[in-house]
Write a new protein. Structure first.
Length: 248
């Protein structure tokens, strides 16, 4: 069982939290994480890049020079791809890069990535993340108290993003905010340290519970199928032949 300390905004240990192993102790699956990150990056592409073919560039309606007796190579149009300023052959055109992978793979990738962060000690639990008014100085003091001032990328994942918290930390470099319901694999992979307030941790575990139930059901079906195969293999081979002899 993985146990993490719960810190206050002043950097003091106020409690200890036991994390469920079915969520925070999953086996690392790099292939599924790669597929999920690749999907998120592809879906962020605008797909607006475009080039002009020889039919779309300006000009090229008149033959540059006559066919013979000029000493130059034959040319039929200035829009030829071999000419400077001509059309582009097989150039990119606007297209949609959007695609999806199965939801079970996405959940597995998120569980695998978050388990790796927990194993590496890159998850910090906060007892409370709230400010009475927007103050960047107080937010910086909280980061220094938690020992996060020298970290490169920090991700805060509360249950609900409060305006005062966001306004206090939005100007700090490499500090990002994502609610627990919107947390995805790409956010987890690209960050160095994750900070979970207790309400955000509970919301994330509640969100991941259906995935845990599905995985446990699949494991039960696998064990049942293995037991059924073992029963069939343990049956005597001569049972059918003996029953046939008795009928005769």
């Amino acid at each position: 069982m993985l146990k993490l300390n719960v810190y206050s905004k002043e950097g003091k240990v106020v409690d200890e939290k036991t994390l469920p192993p079915e969520i925070f102790e999953m086996k690392l699956n790099e292939e599924v994480i790669y597929e999920a990150v690749r999907m998120y990056q592809a879906n962020k592409r605008q797909g607006t890049v475009s080039t002009k073919t020889r039919a779309e560039v300006r000009g090229g309606g008149r033959k540059p020079w006559r066919q013979k007796h000029t000493g130059r190579a034959r040319a039929g149009t200035r829009s030829s791809p071999i000419w400077r300023g001509g059309g582009i052959v097989f150039g990119p055109k606007p297209r949609d890069y959007y695609y999806r992978i199965p939801h079970k793979k996405l959940r597995l990738a998120l569980l695998s990535a978050i388990s790796y962060k927990a194993k590496e000690g890159k998850i910090i639990l906060l007892s409370d993340l709230s400010f009475p008014e927007p103050r960047t100085q107080k937010f910086v003091g909280m980061l220094q108290a938690l020992g996060l001032s020298s970290k490169k990328r920090i991700l805060f994942s509360p249950q609900k993003l409060e305006p005062n918290v966001y306004l206090s930390g939005r100007n700090i470099k490499n500090t990002n905010f994502t609610s627990a319901k919107d947390l995805n694999v790409f956010d987890v992979v690209k960050t160095d340290v994750m900070v979970f307030p207790l309400d955000g941790l509970e919301a994330f575990m509640k969100r991941m519970q259906p995935a845990v139930d599905e995985s446990s059901k699949s494991e039960q079906t696998d064990t049942n199928s293995i037991r059924a195969k073992d029963k069939k293999s343990n049956q005597p081979e001569n049972a059918n032949s003996s029953s046939a002899k008795e009928k005769k």
